[in-house]
Design a binder for this molecule. Structure first.
Ligand code: XMP
Length: 510
């Protein structure tokens, strides 16, 4: 089946990903590609339209990034956003200058001329501006469709071609009509069909995996998370028992993790072998308090166990749950960002083992993976689970990791999560968990003095974990969580609530 397809040329804006998310939410398939991609390559992709993203660069920079200009001779509809709009206008001989003041923040939109791209968008709608350069005068082939309330050109179009530019950002939520604007460009100007549904991918993906694997063997490591489960179920559907999978029980997983995920996976043809590595992990973590050392030790131990399994299985392929946001990071033109935490992911590890990768989710966002998982028959409880980091509870126990402390954390975390589920909050929170803080404080229980540990509860709203804001859990629910944890978990006499956002904080504590 042919899906409509949008290509987004990335000029390095912080919010390029949001353009992609908006388009996918309108059920249209899109990909982000580097701005330098050649015209020929773009044509090979046969896109229905093209969007040029914003950029931290200025078109006055000596090395201002520019796309392959051949594109302007094609009939493919183009929409430029912010930098993309300035670049388009400049290529059509407009006058773009550095403005004295940066226009940043909300501005009302004043319609100048009616056009299909402005359908259903009321005059004076709020739009979000953020630009240093300003288009002062358009070239003769372009015309203004709308201005900002401060008089700058906000939307323009080419008089004869399907080329549009917008100085405001339709992809951010602050632009009240942003989604409508993108929808107008896709469906009215570019005749896209809203025929993209992750579930429809199953047949193609299964076929692709079959072709790739042939008679060879595949291995997958399942972590209990959504991504590794969904990708393993897909691969099992394609290659049946040529897939051998395993779960390493590190002893650092959530309470009853293995018990919870196993029956559903088995029903769907994935029969993972359980490798009990807990003793080994605890032995290696003995006395270790430094977060980075914990991460490194867990990563290394995991690889050791992984290598033994991979050798036994004689596999030539490894299943990896890479998602689209990871792929986008690697096509982005901006330089690598500083290492804040060394991430431990099961995939990417065994380079020297010469395993080819199978990454069936690499064109999907997390919520799309959940939809796909549902179509594959994976239970809601498994699909809807909050993300869980590779190093597990070790990075939620500040200080030394011991079996006793893991047990305390598992109990508290399970109480917390169950209350969120009961109160219908679990599915609207992106990630929630407990952290064990190695600080003892005095308390009183009955007539007894206690001197015990503190649990911090964390809950964040986010779309991809890159940024996050703390979730406003109602006071009465917080109250219930606190008393249930203190009353039921031995070793805890205090509960605190983490109210920090990312940035400047991070989601995990280590
Ligand atoms: P931070 O703490 O960096 O977390 O704000 C962002 C998201 O990433 C998860 N996370 C990890 N996931 N391996 C993973 O697979 C890791 O080492 C790791 N560290 C953090 C974290 O749970 C959050 O969802």
């Amino acid at each position: 089946m042919k899906f409509s397809k949008v290509l987004i040329l990335d000029f390095g804006s912080q919010v390029t990903k949001l353009i992609a998310r908006n388009i996918r939410e309108l059920n249209v398939y899109c990909e982000i590609i580097p701005y330098k991609t050649s015209y020929k390559k773009i044509l090979d992709e046969n896109p229905d339209c093209i969007i040029l993203s914003g950029s931290p660069a200025s078109i006055h920079d000596k090395k201002a990034p520019i796309f392959d200009k051949e594109l302007l001779n094609s009939k493919i509809p183009i929409l430029g956003i912010c930098y993309g709009a300035q670049l388009l206008s400049k290529l059509f001989n407009s006058d773009v200058k550095k403005s004295k003041i940066r226009e940043f923040g909300p501005a009302k939109l004043k319609k100048i001329k009616n056009d299909k791209i402005l359908s259903k968008i009321p005059n004076k709608s709020i739009s979000w501006m953020s630009h240093g350069d300003t288009i002062f005068k358009l070239g003769s082939k372009l015309q203004t469709l709308a201005k900002s309330e401060f008089g700058s050109i906000a939307i323009f179009k080419h008089k004869t071609k399907k080329i549009y530019g917008t100085q405001f950002h339709p992809e951010v939520v602050h632009t009240s009509f942003g989604k409508q604007f993108i929808s107008n460009f896709l469906f009215i100007i570019s005749n896209c069909k809203n025929n993209w549904k992750p579930g429809k991918l199953i047949k193609n993906k299964v076929e692709e995996i079959k072709q790739k694997v042939g008679n060879k063997k595949v291995i997958s490591a399942i972590s209990g998370g959504v991504d590794s489960s969904v990708s393993s179920v897909l691969v099992a559907r394609a290659v049946g028992n040529k897939l051998s999978s395993f779960i390493v029980d590190t002893g650092l997983m959530r309470k009853d993790e293995v018990k919870l995920i196993l029956p559903n996976l088995k029903k769907l043809g994935v029969k993972p072998k359980i490798i009990d590595g807990s003793k080994l992990f605890f032995k290696k973590l003995k006395g270790v308090k430094n977060p980075e050392r914990k991460r490194k030790i867990i990563g290394k131990t995991f690889i050791e166990l992984f290598e033994i399994e991979a050798k036994k299985s004689k596999a030539e392929f490894l299943v990896q749950g890479t998602l689209y946001p990871d792929v986008i990071e690697s096509v982005s033109i901006s330089g690598p960002s500083a290492v804040i935490k060394s991430h431990h992911n099961v995939g990417g590890l065994p380079k020297k083992m010469n395993l080819s990768l199978i990454e069936p989710l690499r064109d999907l966002f997390k919520d799309e993976v959940r939809v796909l998982g549902k179509s594959l028959g994976i239970e809601k409880d498994l699909i809807g689970r909050h993300p869980f980091p590779g190093p597990g509870l070790a990075i939620r126990i500040l200080g030394e990791v011991t079996p006793e402390r893991v047990k305390i954390l598992q109990e508290a975390d399970s109480i917390y999560v169950n209350i969120l589920k009961e109160k219908n909050l679990y599915d609207i929170i992106w990630q929630a968990f407990c952290v064990l803080i190695p600080i003892k404080t005095v308390g009183v229980m009955g007539d007894e003095r206690t001197y015990e540990n503190t649990i911090a509860i964390r809950a964040v709203n986010s779309t991809d974990g890159m940024t996050a804001s703390w979730s406003r859990i109602p006071y009465d629910v917080l109250d219930l969580i606190s008393s249930e944890i203190i009353n039921s978990v031995k070793g805890i006499n205090k509960v605190v609530f983490d109210i920090s956002n990312k940035p400047p904080s991070t989601i995990e504590w280590e």
